[in-house]
Design a protein around this ligand. Structure first.
Ligand SMILES: [Zn+2]
Length: 52
């Protein structure tokens, strides 16, 4: 299956992306666009926090 957050390829049935670490319940994945926006903001915040 393809991760809706980063688009990385994961083993079918996985609950956590091996590329970005985001939890990805197969039956509860939200629309890719929304997830990408949220992920981008979260990653940006995490990077800024790490650099500060
Ligand atoms: Zn991912």
């Amino acid at each position: 299956m393809r991760c809706p957050t980063c688009g990385g390829e994961n083993i079918d049935g996985t609950t956590e992306c091996v590329s970005c670490g985001q939890p990805c319940p197969v039956s509860q994945c939200p629309p890719p666009t929304v997830q990408i926006k949220l992920s981008g903001a979260a990653v940006a915040s995490a990077v800024l926090a790490a650099l500060a």
